[in-house]
Write a protein that binds this ligand. Sequence first.
Ligand code: ADP
Ligand code: MG
Length: 414
Amino acid sequence: MLAKKSKDSKDSKDSKDLKDLKDLKRKSIEVGGRIGILGGGQLGRMLALAARQMGYRISFLDPSSDAPCSSVADKKIVANYDDIASVLKLGSRSDILTYEFENIDVNSVIALEEAGHQVYPSSYVLKTTQHRILEKEFVRSIGIKTVPFYPIYTPIDLEKASEEVGFPTLLKTAYGGYDGKGQVKIINLEQAQQVFNSLNHRTLIWEKVINFTKELGIICVRDQLGQIVTYPVTENIHVDNILDTTIVPARISDNVADKATEIARKIAQQLNIVGVFCVEMFLLENNEILVNEIAPRPHNSGHYTIDACVSSQFEQQLRAICGLPLGSPKMLTNSAVMVNILGDHKGDRFFGTTEILANDNVCLHLYGKKKAKPKRKMGHFTVLSDSVDTALSIAEETRKKLCWLESKYRRKVK
Ligand code: ADP
Ligand code: MG
């Protein structure tokens, strides 16, 4: 059944589109070309690794001097995302640019575009998807459902939202949140007013708390010619609002999987996006799907594609932005389970590698971050297996072997 789904995903390249391709020219960046990335976190690092594999050269810009991309890229610029002069310097070193983090200053992308640089996805896509209100308004405008929400600009909006959407609610900053940061659960108006005041009346979004049965995700890629490739629908389990586990394929009916895929395709077309993106969705008991958010970049829930698919989400990103033919999303295994490895308060030295790798179903990825701060994404592992149940039970066994210890131990053994 999985093989059929994967084939369908590949077949979703519309045959008419394929015929038209012969007549159209892509703007392609040849192998050896220079890719510029705004952001050098783990997503930038994995993108850079894929770029190296394909013979491209990488420069990136990140505010941190030891960003995970540092050890993989050819050149780095340490600067803030709103430092336009540095952003343009990155532009001058690049044949094509992208970003790995949606909370960068959109004016930087606009400045690059105005200086004649090609950035994918475009500033329009970034602007729409980095702002929770614009994002949800866009999704609704194309006939796709979102959670009930109310934009909060003034104290009066809080009262209106409490009447229209009600409680319990999640108050989220409209801009700048990620991994559950910038959101708080509220049960009464007084509490909402306190939060709004404590954030100096920053624009917020008031979202109804949804009682979903599952969270779903789908990685999708669209190229410069409008071709779209979708990966299988994933089931995403969050702990404390941070992704913990991704299960592929999601344990849902074909009908729900088709609906989710159709939503992603429609968003791809209507947003006119070029590049990889992820749609996060809530599945309700009545099988209705609500879109939660759109991430205009490779996504944590797509890390399984590195080990489980013919072309990873990172390779697809390069193919899309460099004007190469899109790759196959086909899975090479029946099922995969990805588990995030987060830091805790115990130390910065990772233990357990030997035990984890003793199981040949497990692929381990560590991002080279020096400090394993609590809840920081330090790495992930992916279990490949014939069945989701087996993959899940191996994942649970593997999870028990992860361990962070004091870093002074590392200094001693050096
Ligand atoms: P982030 O940008 O931090 O990923 P999200 O809006 O995706 O922000 O929220 C993170 C997680 O919090 C979601 O994956 C989901 O588990 C939970 N969550 C967010 N919004 C809602 C909601 N309206 N109802 C229920 N759970 C939610
Ligand atoms: Mg999210």
